[in-house]
Design a protein around this ligand. Sequence first.
Ligand code: HXC
Length: 261
Amino acid sequence: MADTYSTLLIERHTDGYAVVTLNRPEALNALNSQLLGELGDFLEAAERDDSIRAVVLTGSAKAFAAGADIKEMSDKSYADMYLENFFARAHDRVAAFRKPIIAAVSGYALGGGCELAMLCDFIIASDTAKFGQPEINLGVAPGIGGSQRLTRAVGKAKAMDMCLTARMMDAAEAERSGLVSRVVAVDALLDEARKVAAKIAAQSPLAVIANKELVNAAFDTTLSQGLQFERRLFHSLFAFDDQKEGMAAFVEKRKPVFTSR
Ligand code: HXC
């Protein structure tokens, strides 16, 4: 697979993961249709590529992404937005990615940038990260999941506060509020994200997909449906060699060698 994109930098690691860096520094990584198209193309290719078992999505020290590209959006009509189904395809392509995708956020994650980070499975933030949904300042509102995912992550009070006042949340508040899973010093961000990705990439790919599907199900089902799904999926994992290997390795006090693709 040739990793030639004009708005993304791709680093592949022999440990089984790839780091995707959003690369529009002149616009603080504002998300335009080209960047989102390329990200979707990369994820589709990565889905089929057995050498990639996890993805880290990151930006620059100053900005993960400062939002959807306002210059690209500003002249669009309602008909343009409706016919293009603006950014719905981009949203769906990231949401449909079955392998783990971790956002490593430093600096601004605003508007569509915050939404893109929240579309990932979890967020590791640097201590300089700033999250916000400032669309109201532009006379609009979140459009690729922010009002829903932010509210589920931090609760109504903080989500309302952020959406209605455009206030940014710093890394410490984001960690306290459950928006990010961990916060590290800015210089340690990529090392931390790489370690996390390598750790996930070393697990059974079947168990990884099962765990991701199960946690995601908690957002879309009732508790009893979710529990039933969990029970069935848990039982089904006993059909795979990786379960035998994982448990045998524990008993024999050695590291497991997972062989499923
Ligand atoms: C286009 C952007 C941009 C954006 C920054 N830039 N954000 N271009 N779209 N979202 C450009 C600036 O125009 C400028 O280009 C360059 O990046 C550097 O930005 P500055 O503003 O000069 O930097 P700074 O003073 O450090 O301020 C940083 C900032 C500010 C606070 C992040 O850039 C800012 O407020 N950006 C907009 C944030 C925002 O409103 N995001 C939500 C967008 S709406 P030039 O050419 O002047 O040097 C959205 C909707 C999602 O995301 C829904 C989609 C369906």
